[in-house]
Design a protein around this ligand. Structure first.
Ligand SMILES: Nc1ncnc2c1ncn2[C@@H]1O[C@H](COP(=O)(O)OP(=O)(O)O)[C@@H](O)[C@H]1O
Ligand SMILES: [Mg+2]
Length: 348
């Protein structure tokens, strides 16, 4: 029987996920572990292609057919206190788990709503599939949630998705995601495809819902200032691995991994302006034949011969702050200088 600490709702343990393709096997997620506590928001940050979406699809077991979980456990604490390994669930159990226990708001909200079905029918179908057959109760609850995400409830409830703007659809998905009162909500780049004002609204309504409903969040973003605003804990992913994880202030003000530091330097600040933006030189690695040693070493300004040879282990260097970098002491000194010069490295 698996157990979890009392305050942990989701525990990803040593998970690896790969895709089979013509060229070979892509190791999209490599031995990732983290715990998500009740009410906690964890931000997963990293460049495009580092495995963020794959990891979240793996958690809700919605990987495409070419993708497979090669090893590890994903433990989940049900409300009744039972700990289940999500990898043991059959299809029916998985359908129950999704939405009711763990909801996911996908990247590209446009595509995850069926264009020929009215919002209300999607809502009724979802509720019925989870045994909520009282349509009037479902309708009331949904209208209330639409109001809370600042949508015109009656109009949206009766609309077809194509009648709604991208930002409205994103909020429809968010509201539908929490309809069944899940314990965990996974949001995959929820603000990437929308304009800046809509982005603000989405973050505000998300914070309000989190406050009132108390769910935990896995928040995927490549926007560090958004991650800083939303998260309690930040995990940096590089080439399928979590290379740094810790409390938000630790990671943003005292970064210890050269890659995290590179991301922080790349954030435009009020004082520097976008024209001074430094981007990390080089491109993300090939995940079919990844670099030896630390996968970041070919792009790392601090890399030594050892970094090309040995894989740095993920080590807890400060309370709750783990990092996999041989040069973490140097990075830390640089981050502290950056934090002093900018006051706010995340651009807030
Ligand atoms: N359906 C798929 N088939 C094959 N490879 C995929 C598939 N989806 C993603 N990948 C590969 O897996 C890696 C991680 O991708 P992804 O999880 O989408 O990253 P992110 O969400 O961080 O941008 C990338 O190398 C990507 O090309
Ligand atoms: Mg993605």
């Amino acid at each position: 029987m698996d157990t979890l600490p009392k305050d942990v709702v989701l525990s990803v343990q040593d998970i690896s996920i790969s895709y089979l393709a013509h060229r070979g096997r892509t190791q999209a997620v490599n031995r990732v572990s983290f715990d998500l506590r009740k009410g906690e928001t964890l931000a997963l940050i990293g460049e495009s292609g580092c495995g963020k979406s794959t990891l979240s699809l793996g958690i809700i077991r919605l990987l495409p057919k070419t993708g497979q979980i090669d090893q590890g456990k994903i433990l989940y604490a049900s409300r009744g206190g039972e700990v289940i390994n999500l990898l043991d669930l059959n299809n029916r159990q998985l359908r129950d788990f999704r939405w009711a226990e763990c909801a996911m708001v996908f990247q590209a909200a446009l595509n995850s709503l069926n264009p020929v079905i009215r919002v209300r029918d999607m809502v009724y179908d979802t509720a019925r599939a989870h045994g909520r057959t009282d349509r009037e109760a479902t309708r009331k609850r949904m209208l209330e949630l639409f109001r809370r995400v600042r949508l015109d409830p009656d109009r949206v409830f009766n609309a077809y998705p194509h009648e709604l703007s991208g930002g409205m659809r994103q909020r429809v998905l968010l509201a539908m995601g929490v309809l069944l009162d899940p314990q965990v909500v996974i949001l995959d780049e929820p603000t990437t495809a929308v304009d800046i004002l809509t982005q603000r609204t989405i973050l505000e309504v998300l914070k309000e819902l989190r406050e009132s409903m108390g769910f935990s969040i896995v928040f995927i973003s490549h926007d560090l200032s958004i991650a800083a605003e939303m998260a309690d804990t930040v995990a940096t992913m590089y080439a399928g691995e979590i290379v740094e994880i810790g409390p938000v202030n630790e990671v943003f003000y005292r970064a210890r991994h050269a890659y995290t530091f590179g991301l922080l330097e790349a954030v435009p600040t009020l004082s520097s302006g976008a024209q001074d933006l430094i981007s990390i030189p080089g491109s993300p690695p090939d995940l079919i034949e990844p670099p030896t040693g630390c996968k970041f070493h070919p792009r790392c300004p601090l890399a030594t011969p050892r970094c090309a040879r040995e894989v740095p282990p993920l080590v807890e260097e400060a309370p709750g702050h783990k990092v996999a970098c041989f040069e973490s002491a140097q990075v830390l000194a640089q981050s502290q200088r950056l934090a002093e010069s900018q006051h706010s490295p995340a651009g807030l």
